[in-house]
Design a protein around this ligand. Structure first.
Ligand SMILES: [Fe+2]
Length: 477
């Protein structure tokens, strides 16, 4: 059980931000309701589990150490386990040398020279993806960390047979093609610009079902975009490059944090880059600035490219809260929107809703293909509002909401189909939530078709942890 604290939800930092304790051995969850007999598999999650350790005090939400957790659903029971990713940052903190860590929002000790030429440390805290029998912990800051699928121990950096160099990045939002079994991703390599005056390279990665990586393309870019996600359609990688841009020289000189070396550049506008899967001539379209962080899904529609994303009116609506994450009124959310690029390079954007949500999800069997339902969360620690899971029917515009209690913190909703051949939306939404009244975390299982109804089952664990950013469900148990 986690250390007991006063759960006064009226003031102070939210209790979910207290350091999470690892569950180094499997623990059985306490179940309310009945786990559906057909629901079998493992939900992996990743997110920051602690923001203060060994002298490191994070100044940015994304500088918390990655805690990977898993919920194994099997035979009506749920087994839970969690483990921090053993990064060099984690090791430094364990050794009491956290002051020597440079983060996204932290300078390390030693002044200008101490920070000169150093990339922010990788916290490995953003996504847990399973592909080709590998469990990868991912972040924006570096290469994947491979973990053991069962005990979650850290095996080391995954280089894909040496194809990712120490300065490569492998972004935290790969997309899996449900038909080919390939995993697609990208990495923005900044360092060459300083070292060799080369353009910044947008690398397009395809990992085949056996786990072998292929570099489909390298697209030179004029700016170091802070690009978190991308879109995948049946035939293309689609990059919607919002003008959130780092000055790599400022960042590497070391006199200011990496975060402060990044700015919104409305003058640059948004650049859309469409790259054929497998490589080939790419297409670029410039359009007015559009701010977003997450893409839900994308597809081709009679030659048009359709990209569904979470749009913000102002970049500060996202980037201020993630810096100010200890604020008790923390809340973040944008508009679920559809961007369309016509065959004539016209770009339109249309909101589905006026609600503010984040962490958009869909049925992964429809990734890169037309789909109907989006599943979203409200991301908030604001005690004045009720956190919710929100389903949006894109075809009709209808909303369905499941409300949690004030003070709870809910994570990304993962859709799991009832069977491999079940219709879209016929299945369950799995979400991890921090239940404030009980000061512990739980796996909450909702009926995807009727999410507003009481949960089908809740599997409570014996400790608290932040529900995390992203994760994956696999049929493996
Ligand atoms: Fe993300």
């Amino acid at each position: 059980m986690s250390p007991t604290t006063s759960l006064d939800l009226s003031t102070g930092t939210h209790p979910v931000l207290r350091p999470a304790l690892e569950a180094g051995a499997e623990v059985l969850a306490d179940i309310t309701g009945t786990i559906p007999a057909e629901l079998r598999g493992t939900l992996y999650r990743n997110g920051p589990g602690r923001w203060e350790a060994g002298g490191f005090i994070a100044q940015h939400a994304f500088d918390g150490d990655g805690l990977v957790s898993k919920f194994v659903i099997d035979g009506g029971t749920v087994r839970f386990r969690s483990q921090y990713v053993r990064t060099p940052k984690f090791a430094a903190e364990e050794a009491g040398k956290g002051a020597g860590v440079r983060g996204i929002g932290n300078q390390r000790s030693g002044g200008l020279l101490g920070n000169l030429g150093r990339f922010p440390a990788d916290s490995a805290n953003t996504h847990a993806v399973v592909h080709a029998e590998r469990l990868l912990a991912l972040s924006d800051a570096g290469r994947p960390w491979e973990l053991d699928l069962d005990d979650l121990s850290t095996r080391g950096v995954c280089t894909f047979d040496g194809k990712l160099s120490p300065v490569s990045r492998f972004s935290p939002h790969p997309h899996l093609d449900p038909i080919s079994g390939e995993m697609f991703n990208f990495g923005l390599d900044f360092a060459p610009r300083i070292a060799a005056k080369l353009p910044i390279g947008l690398k397009c990665y395809r990992v085949d079902p056996s786990g072998r990586m292929h570099v489909d393309a390298t697209v030179p870019l004029d700016h170091a975009y802070i690009q978190h996600d991308f879109a995948l359609t049946e035939h293309y990688y689609v990059f919607v490059l919002a003008p959130i841009i780092a000055d790599p020289i400022q960042a590497m000189l070391g006199h200011r944090t990496a975060e402060l070396a990044t700015s919104y550049r409305a003058d640059v506008g948004t650049k859309i880059v469409i790259v054929p899967r497998g490589g080939g001539k790419h297409r670029e379209i410039d359009c007015p600035p559009l701010v977003y962080v997450h893409i839900n899904n994308a597809f081709e529609d009679r030659g048009d490219i359709v990209v569904d994303l979470t749009r913000y009116d102002d970049y500060r609506e996202f980037f201020d809260p993630v810096r100010d994450f200890r604020n008790p009124n923390f809340a973040i959310g944008g508009f679920a929107s559809r961007l369309r690029v016509t065959t004539g390079d016209r770009v339109t954007v249309e909101d589905f809703t006026e609600m503010r949500t984040e962490l958009p999800q869909h049925d992964w069997r429809r990734t890169s293909r037309p789909y109907r339902y989006g599943y979203h969360a409200t991301v908030s620690a604001d005690r004045s509002m009720t956190p919710r899971i929100v389903k949006i029917d894109i075809e009709t515009g209808a909303h369905h909401e499941h409300a949690f209690d004030v003070g709870d913190v809910v994570g990304e909703p993962m859709f799991v189909p009832r069977s491999a051949t079940a219709a879209e939306d016929d299945g369950w939404l799995l979400t991890v939530a921090y239940l404030a009244a009980e000061d512990r975390s739980a796996l909450v299982i909702l009926d995807a078709a009727n999410p507003e109804k009481p949960p089908i089952a809740v599997a409570r664990v014996d400790r608290h942890f932040f529900p995390g950013f992203h994760g994956s469900f696999t049929s493996r148990v």
